[in-house]
Design a protein around this ligand. Structure first.
Ligand code: NAD
Length: 329
């Protein structure tokens, strides 16, 4: 459990995080002594969650129970998808889960893929099943997602789980929105009665997180505004947010002038941008201009190391719930 208090802290010239904020272009421009925001550390929090899951797996083992088992289906050779699936499988090993990676050729037919999903649905040893998206254009994502048994849908993408999530019934909540809410919870961010602006209305991030933030529970109880590509006066609207969740997929879109002093900023975006100073030739950035926004925020997630790592931790957590039959009895 992390206990964090919001307070002004004395500047420590040896602290790298403080150095970054003090030297940010925003601070320099406004010659403003910055208030240190809380860095919402998704990497550290996800490691904590993984440790908690690993401890539960040890208990299950010692009780002679069944080890949770996640199956991932990957179609084709898309580099990013291979990386994501690889990370998920590796995390399974880290917490002591069993995992199965099913690789299908990129020209696999829709029928064959559906058959594979059915086969995994019927395999009593497998608790959770994910089909890595995107799929080739000729395959219907709707058909494939609908085919996954809701009991094994640890991504929380099937209509049954989305419907149950909206009704606040027991369900698998999809990994990224779940990870965001878990971060707010573990950092004890007050959400009740706050105005939460979510930018982006996708089915996997923006829409579900807007529903979670409006729930009558903690975290939740926000007054939520869901903004999207047709929203008028977005900068003015964003500036009214106490909690700003940004998931629109545009690098550095949110700038300091769009953020209220003291807002909590959650950056979901993740992009590779060229950076010749790096050995890899690129660096990762989010949808938020981190340095200048951090100088105004009371708490902020970095990219990388913010929401991203929480996504895998949430998936593992859902798999544990599936193995222990906590959602569907
Ligand atoms: P998406 O493309 O499906 O949806 C983007 C949304 O943003 C749309 O609803 C659109 O209406 C809105 N939008 C686009 N331009 C806008 C504008 N100018 N003003 C206001 N709204 C605008 O994206 P997504 O799948 O929700 O992903 C969003 C970002 O989050 C991407 O960068 C993606 O890579 C990242 N992402 C990260 C994780 C993670 O684990 N960290 C998980 C999922 C997505």
């Amino acid at each position: 459990m992390i206990v964090v208090s919001i307070r002004k802290v004395k500047y420590d010239k040896n602290n790298e995080w403080e150095k970054l904020i003090r030297t940010s272009s925003f601070s320099r421009l406004f010659k403003k002594e910055p208030t240190m925001p809380i860095l919402i550390d998704g990497k550290k929090t996800s490691e904590e969650i993984k440790n908690e899951i690993a401890a539960r797996v040890m208990e299950i083992k010692s009780e002679g129970g069944k080890i949770p088992h996640l199956a991932a289906v990957l179609v084709g050779n898309d580099g990013a998808s291979q990386t994501y699936v690889g990370a998920k499988v590796k995390s399974c090993e880290q917490v002591g889960f069993a995992s199965t990676l099913v690789r299908l050729d990129e020209d696999v037919s829709e029928e064959e893929l559906l058959k594979k999903v059915e086969e995994i649905n019927d395999n009593p040893d497998i608790d959770g099943l994910i089909v890595q998206l995107p799929l080739p254009g000729y395959i219907s994502v709707e058909k494939v997602t609908s085919k996954i048994k809701p009991e094994k849908d640890v991504d929380g993408f099937t209509p049954a789980n989305v419907g149950r999530m909206v009704l606040n019934w027991p369900s698998y909540v999809s990994a990224t929105p779940n990870g965001i809410v878990e971060l707010l919870k573990r950092y004890k961010i007050e959400t009740s009665g706050k105005h939460c602006v979510v930018i982006g209305r996708s089915h996997i991030v923006g829409s579900p997180v807007s529903i979670l933030m409006a729930r009558n529970e903690n975290p939740g109880n926000c007054t939520v505004t869901l903004a999207h590509s047709r929203t008028k006066n977005l900068p003015e609207l964003a500036k009214t947010a106490d909690i700003l969740i940004v998931a629109l997929g545009k690098p550095g879109f949110v700038t300091a002038d769009m953020v209220k002093d003291g807002a909590v900023v959650i950056d979901v975006g993740i992009h590779r941008v060229e950076d010749p100073s790096k050995k890899s030739g690129f660096r990762l950035v989010g949808d938020v201009k981190f340095e200048e926004v951090a100088a105004k925020a009371s708490a902020i997630t970095p990219v990388p190391g913010g929401v991203g790592p929480m996504t895998i931790a949430s998936l593992l957590y859902n798999t544990l719930l599936a193995a222990e039959k906590k959602i569907y009895k």
